[in-house]
Design a protein around this ligand. Structure first.
Ligand code: ADP
Length: 293
């Protein structure tokens, strides 16, 4: 079954008057259950393609279809819904919330989701599944790079996505942690998950069953390992119907907790901001009093 199709995608960036043609007519079709590696030199457009497929950016031209349905021109709200429910992102920089512990980081996508299962024990199970059952209350700074990436994988899986999009997931890791991460991704693929991976590392790409090579914003080769037959169990449920977001108290509470942590952890910045507001208000009151006088 075809999970995802990109047709003639083009994306141009304008930077200081210069025109950068990051993608120049890329067409790609991904079957449910495939393990696909996108390779190419730096600047060849790999990440741009990943961002377009993952609804992080919009193409200038072309079409993106998920399970046959056109999903090219989405509103911000629709794109956010699909990012949350359909895709699990794993980034090179992990992108964890520094002041939240592993469990809270994994819980975050549930908080922004309307999934009925949001208040379950799933985050803890997801962390145990990546071997971090003993590290749930640790913050990212108390974890190694490999462990942080495992938290990121648990977070990516928490909303049961249809596909994992991983952008250089081993780029910031030593070779041992990198191969552990690749084994986790390979294991997920073995259980039917579609994995699309961007990498420039041949060793990492060897885990994939299909290798697409890019150069100058175009696909220059697309090779499949003969033995691979994609099996997918997770894509069968289709793409969830886009729903309007409803807010509830737990989300508001989380915003307050995050804001409070930011104030506490940046004490000097917070005190200076308060001082600024204080002086500003005092000046306005003084000027008004003087004027009146
Ligand atoms: P890769 O992932 O293969 O290294 P990218 O997709 O990140 O390549 O980038 C492709 C080209 O587009 C590069 O020349 C890069 O400098 C440029 N580019 C990417 N993102 C932006 C952006 N937000 N603004 C301007 N140029 C960009």
């Amino acid at each position: 079954m075809i999970l995802l199709e990109a047709e003639d995608l083009a994306k141009t960036y304008f930077l200081g008057g210069a025109e950068i043609r990051a993608l120049q007519g890329v067409s790609l079709s991904v079957q449910a259950g495939e393990f696909l590696a996108i390779m190419g030199p730096s600047g060849s457009g790999k990440s741009t393609l990943m961002h377009l497929l993952g609804f992080l950016d919009l193409p200038d031209r072309g079409l993106i279809r998920w399970m046959g349905a056109d999903q090219t021109h989405l509103t911000d709200e629709e794109a956010a819904f699909l990012r949350n429910r359909v895709i699990g992102f794993v980034f090179q920089q992990f992108n964890l919330m520094p002041r939240s512990n592993a469990l809270e980081n994994v819980m975050l996508p549930l908080l922004y989701s309307d999934a009925p299962e949001r208040k379950t024990s799933r985050p803890a199970e997801a962390l145990r599944a990546v071997g971090l059952g003993e590290r749930m209350r640790h913050r990212p700074s108390q974890l190694s790079g490999g462990q942080q990436q495992r938290v990121a994988i648990a977070r990516a899986l928490i909303n049961q996505p249809r596909v994992i999009l991983a952008d250089e997931p081993t780029g910031n890791l030593d070779s041992q942690s990198g191969s552990e991460i690749m084994k986790i991704l390979k294991g997920l693929h073995g259980r039917g998950m579609t994995v699309i991976l961007v990498t420039h590392d041949e060793q990492v790409a060897k885990f994939a069953d299909r290798i697409v090579k890019m150069a100058d914003g175009k696909i220059i080769s697309d090779e499949r390992k003969a033995a691979s037959t994609p099996v997918s169990v997770w894509a069968d449920s289709g793409i969830p119907q886009i729903r309007k977001k409803t807010y509830d108290w737990s989300e508001l509470r989380e915003h307050f907790i995050q804001a409070f942590r930011m104030i506490i952890s940046n004490k000097l910045r917070s005190i200076l901001s308060m001082l600024g507001v204080l002086i500003g208000v005092a000046c306005v009151i003084t000027m008004l009093a003087l004027g009146k006088g």
